[in-house]
Design a protein. Structure first.
Length: 188
């Protein structure tokens, strides 16, 4: 045991020196951390005051710009609303105009159809009048030719004889009439 007792004070002595050095190191580390912490807190406080100054400066410098941007935004909103209103009004006007044009087009189609029917009627009447006139003119020419032929037969009896024979066999009188007597009793 002696030996253990003799080595124990040496270990305790050694340990005391090592423990003291460790305790000093822990204290120095704690002081260093405390100094670093104080420096960080002071730096953060200074940074905070700098940020406040910058924010105040920005607020002073950008307040007019922010007001102007707000005014521009309000004007843009007004213009947009007005433009939206005008576009809606224009759309309504175009829709109304389109509807009226469609009605006018339908009305014009009806009128054109009525006009075409009228023109067909007029054309039919004109054709009837033309045919009646052509028949009348043809009758007048035939009558004139017959009268002219009968005048020749009165002047030249040799030419009228064969023609008179053919008229007598067809039932037509010498002057081109079909047995109708005029007011004087003679056929015309």
């Amino acid at each position: 045991m002696d030996m253990i007792q003799a080595t124990l004070p040496q270990i305790v002595e050694r340990r005391d020196t090592l423990a003291i050095a460790a305790d000093v190191a822990v204290v120095l580390t704690g002081l260093a951390v405390l100094v670093v912490g104080v420096v960080i807190v002071l730096t953060l406080l200074e940074l905070r005051s700098t940020v406040r100054e910058v924010r105040g400066g920005l607020r002073k410098n950008f307040e007019p710009a922010a007001r102007r941007a707000r005014a521009i935004s309000d004007n843009l909103e007004f213009v947009t609303d007005r433009l939206r209103h005008d576009v809606q009004h224009l759309t309504d006007a175009v829709g109304s105009l389109s509807k009226r044009l469609q009605q006018a087009s339908d009305h014009m189609e009806d009128r054109i159809e009525e006009f075409n029917l009228l023109m067909e009627t007029v054309q039919g009447e004109a054709e009837d009048i033309f045919l009646d006139t052509a028949a009348t003119v043809h009758g007048i020419r035939e009558g004139a030719r017959t009268i002219s032929m009968s005048d020749k037969t009165v002047h030249d009896p040799s030419e009228a004889a064969p023609e008179a024979d053919s008229r007598a066999s067809s039932g037509v009188g010498p002057r081109g009439s079909e047995g109708v007597a005029g007011a004087d009793g003679h056929g015309h």
